[in-house]
Design a protein around this ligand. Sequence first.
Ligand code: DX5
Ligand code: ZN
Length: 225
Amino acid sequence: MSRSPHPLAGPIVAPSILSADFARLGGALALVDPARDWVHCDIMDNHFVPNLTFGPLIVAAARRLSAAFLDVHLMIERPETLIAGFREAGADLVTVHLEACADPAAVLAAVRSSGARVGLTLRPGTPFAQAEPWLKDLDLFLVMTVEPGFGGQAFMPGMLEKVRAAREWRERHGARYLIEVDGGISSVTAPQCRAAGADVFVAGNAVYAQGDPAQALAALRAAIR
Ligand code: DX5
Ligand code: ZN
């Protein structure tokens, strides 16, 4: 499908297909409304994180199944080796982990020159200040609210302080990045993140592990409004 010209403005829910049934990816993506939601794709390499998911082949399948904005979260070492591949597969935005970049400036420039929007993230234990040199040029700053690697973990309330720091930095410096939160996001934690400044809310289990995923997604949209 052709890409959605999604406005880069929150609040946005980004269902994470990590928690979906991959035998029914079409059904999982059919819930997502391209006019207001994104699709979050979690890429894990069993090196940067102790889990292994999928690569550009599945992102390309998602691209064929949905017109929604594809938000690709790379939890991989040497991300520079796969940026072009994910962009060609249909990624609209590529987020890299600062800890995985030997040369962050070069990696972020490679994402930009691929044509994708540019995102940066930190593990929960990495201080916000380490991202400051790169924030000015980002489209998205992702605050991990769990340790990356698995869906279904408990939200870390201490990360709300990082969300507030990202919002304050954005205001002080006139930056334009969206603030995304990822991990343990639910109808309870999403409003807390919204109050702290988050614009984009990744949700895996809170959508796809529910009895009625469409209703769960609707509840999340309502919770952040
Ligand atoms: C975790 C991933 C998340 C994951 C979130 O490493 O980055 O995107 O899918 O899953 P939930 O919403 O279940 O915590
Ligand atoms: Zn993610």
